[in-house]
Design a protein around this ligand. Structure first.
Ligand code: C2E
Ligand code: MG
Ligand code: MG
Ligand code: MG
Length: 292
């Protein structure tokens, strides 16, 4: 408790705040030791071609295997990792692990797919991202053409000039750039034309209520049409139903991702994802058929 600053000073520290501060400290300490003890894991979620139902890519999604808390979703620890700077080491681990996994699948004889990795603002602006990515590509033997980095509009807008030059360096390495959560920020598509990006991921918030919500349906259709006219690929996030899938496909959206195609799961549980859109006679049809 604060003392000696007059009667009200002690009320600055409430029991609730104390608990919260202690929790954060504990969380930070746990995060640090988890990096050393291999307690992070990547889950992978399929991205499919909406026209054929075929698997074209995977997004790597980070989880924390906490000894006491169980599997912790990224929303519960990435903000703190970002704040403390730990995100740069964690992000490096994510990149390396995702690249290794991509090669492991190919070693198993599975057809190559693109690997999408989320990049945090701090990682993006630290100045050594390009060097880090290059050394990871070199160490792992990952083909840059199969790597895609996901960044957000708001990240780019923080410092446009720096962002654009970093994006050009990444793109010059043959790595694709995607704008994640498109529509959640404020940039216009015309503005995006200035950036060396190859695809837009339409934010799940706009996909959630289509096709019934006519406003969202109009926004999504316009975004797809403009993206197509700018030669940008579109990926719809959060597809959960056949209705959403059909609507997006009919509007010319090329790719999709969501529970409808598969939830994010550990690598070992994904072998069947490559059968999607490629029916084999000895498998039950409902397990292998693409979206219908
Ligand atoms: P994101 O990159 O937009 O990832 C998509 C999120 O939507 C994932 O949540 C995924 O599990 C969820 N999702 C996918 N399909 C559906 C669906 O059909 N319905 C619903 N309701 N949700 C769906 P997750 O895994 O909890 O990740 C949340 C966010 O955490 C990610 O959003 C990304 O911004 C961040 N994140 C995840 N992994 C990493 C990482 O390795 N590094 C960094 N910097 N951020 C990460
Ligand atoms: Mg993402
Ligand atoms: Mg997203
Ligand atoms: Mg999101």
């Amino acid at each position: 408790r604060a003392k000696g600053q007059g009667g009200n000073a002690c009320t600055v520290y409430t029991p609730a705040m104390n608990t919260r501060a202690q929790e954060l400290l504990e969380l930070e300490r746990d995060l640090r030791s988890s990096l050393e003890h291999d307690q992070f894991i990547l889950h992978y979620q399929p991205q499919v071609d909406l026209a054929t139902g075929r698997l074209v890519g995977m997004e790597a999604l980070l989880r924390w295997q906490h000894p006491a808390r169980g599997l912790v979703p990224p929303g519960d620890f990435i903000p703190l990792a970002e704040q403390t700077g730990l995100i740069t080491s964690i992000g490096e681990w994510v990149l390396r692990t995702a690249c290794r996994q991509n090669l492991a699948w190919q070693d198993q004889g599975l057809p190559p797919v693109r690997m999408a990795v989320n990049i945090s603002p701090r990682q993006f602006y630290k100045g050594d991202l390009v060097a880090k990515v290059s050394s990871i590509l070199e160490d792992t033997g990952m083909d840059p053409a199969q790597l895609e980095l996901e960044i957000t509009e708001s990240m780019i807008m923080e410092e446009v000039e720096t962002a654009v030059s970093t994006m050009h360096e990444i793109s010059a390495m043959g790595i694709a750039l995607a704008i994640d959560d498109f529509g959640s920020g404020y940039s216009s598509l015309a503005y995006l034309k200035r950036f060396p990006i190859s695809r837009l991921k339409i934010d799940r918030a706009f996909v959630k209520d289509i096709p019934n919500d006519t406003n969202d349906a109009a926004i999504v259709s316009a975004a797809i049409a403009m993206a197509n006219s700018l030669n940008l690929d579109t990926v719809a996030e959060g597809i959960e139903s056949p209705e959403q899938n059909d609507f997006l496909r009919s509007q010319g959206c090329r790719l999709g991702q969501g529970y409808y195609f598969g939830r994010p799961v550990p690598a070992e549980q994904l072998a069947g994802a490559w059968d999607r859109g490629n029916p084999a006679p000895d498998r039950p049809a409902h397990l292998i058929s693409g979206p219908h």
